[in-house]
Ligand binder design. Structure first.
Ligand SMILES: [Zn+2]
Ligand SMILES: [Zn+2]
Length: 428
């Protein structure tokens, strides 16, 4: 067997530099926290929560988050309540009652974690293995977890990829998620965090103890990241491409990356069948009446175009244009009785949702649109027939599953979705 050009290479000499606000292009030298022993990432678990409940799964210290003074040792199973008191944080429970600027809850030993539930704001119930820093903001309580990078990567796999996916797909996901995390360190500096636990960065809801496959995938790829030249790859990923991945510039204007370009997600042996289409229906349809489309367009156009106060007028019709390099719609023209507006790239999906990235709207921009009309040619409804789910850029998760089932390794999977990139191991 010939050596794969996508071999894992040990990096021998890495200059350690300080990490502040990272440039958009992250040079390999800049990811020193992983190498200098910190190896922790700060994850924004919740912001503006009205209340936070914490139940340790093993003994924890409750500390003054500023001075580090230990306030209490709390045993497993005890329920602690946290609330905001003005600019301070108040914690109460059996054996502990304190009000401080900051409160830290950290494990006495091990990583069995604490169960956290939040009320108000975003965030969700989960088991968090790291140490938690609770602070008060103008809008409520903020929870930031300091967690080992590899534990975080395992948590991302558990949140981002169904647990029945094969291990080689999970390993590819681990390498992509780790690369993404290191590239976005400090991304939530305003909240004293690196990444948030939402899909805005990468979904992370702590570590479910039952998902051992996620832990195995993180552990067996520990330290491995994707590099282009000596710069971290912008390791985007999505649910299913539907047969063809997207070129990054189709969706993120002005950004042309050599390893993020449209490619067929199928084998030479069966070019008609997509890897992500095996055991998974990548086709979808949506239909909006003129009245429904009109309501959505009126509500969302202002936000999507960034034009506050816009009065778009009454919808007349829609027109879609396919990009030159693929099957994705590059722009959608919204024709109203007062003018015409162009919605470009991925934002097209949110036009039919609530105007921002989320579960509603169109599943992808890989669609054909049919305008149904009256006999007189007046549009009455818009029918979308599409493929795939997500922006289509980079790793296709269902495709990774299909490739793993047909015998590809995690490195072969990554080579398919980030062509020309290579994997190196930062931990060596
Ligand atoms: Zn984020
Ligand atoms: Zn695919």
């Amino acid at each position: 067997m010939t050596a794969s050009p996508f071999a894992v290479a040990a990096l021998t000499c890495i200059h350690l530099s300080s990490v502040g606000a990272l440039p958009r292009e992250v040079h390999i030298d800049a990811v020193s926290p992983y190498l200098d022993g910190r190896r922790e990432v700060r994850i924004l678990i919740s912001d503006r929560a009205s209340r936070v409940s914490v139940r340790p799964r093993a003994a924890v210290y409750v500390e003054d988050g500023q001075s580090g003074t230990r306030l209490s040792v709390v045993q497993r199973g005890v329920l602690l309540s946290v609330a905001r008191r003005g600019t301070k944080v108040h914690i109460s429970g059996p054996g502990v009652r304190a009000t401080r600027e900051r409160i830290r809850i950290s494990p006495v030993e091990g990583d069995r974690g604490v169960t956290v539930s939040t009320a108000g704001g975003w965030g969700r119930r989960g088991v968090y293995p790291g140490s938690l820093l609770l602070t008060a903001t103008e809008r409520g309580l903020r929870v930031v977890e300091n967690v080992d990078l590899e534990t975080y990567v395992a948590g991302v796999i558990a949140s981002e990829m169904p647990s029945h996916f094969p291990i080689e797909a999970a390993k590819a996901q681990a390498i992509a998620a780790r690369t993404y995390a290191l590239q976005h360190l400090g991304g939530h500096a305003g909240a004293e965090a690196d990444l948030c636990g939402r899909v805005h960065c990468q979904a992370y809801g702590g570590m479910p103890a039952s998902d051992s496959r996620a832990s195995t995938a993180a552990r067996s790829t520990a330290g491995e990241v994707l590099l282009w030249d000596s710069v971290l790859v912008d390791a985007m990923y999505h649910s299913a491409c539907g047969g063809t991945t997207a070129t990054a510039w189709e969706v993120r204007q002005g950004k042309l990356l050599p390893y993020l370009r449209a490619s067929q997600d199928s084998s030479h042996a069966s070019p008609a069948s997509a890897y992500c289409g095996q055991d998974h229906d990548v086709h979808w349809t949506k239909r909006y009446s003129l009245a429904e489309a009109d309501r959505l367009v009126r509500r969302n156009l202002e936000l999507l175009l960034g034009r506050p106060g816009l009065k778009p007028g009454r919808l007349r019709t829609l027109e879609a244009a396919i990009g030159p390099a693929g099957d994705r719609v590059q722009w959608l023209k919204v024709q109203t009785d007062v003018g015409a507006y162009e919605v470009r790239g991925d934002a097209i999906r949110w036009l039919f949702g609530d105007g921002r990235p989320g579960p509603r709207g169109l599943r992808s921009t890989a669609f054909d649109m049919r305008v149904e009309t009256t006999a007189a040619g007046q549009p009455t409804s818009f029918s979308f027939s599409g493929r795939g789910h997500g922006h289509g850029i980079g790793l296709c998760q269902w495709g990774a599953r299909g490739r793993a089932l047909s015998g590809q390794s995690s490195y072969e999977i990554l080579a398919a979705y980030y062509p020309g990139a290579r994997v190196i191991d930062l931990s060596r």
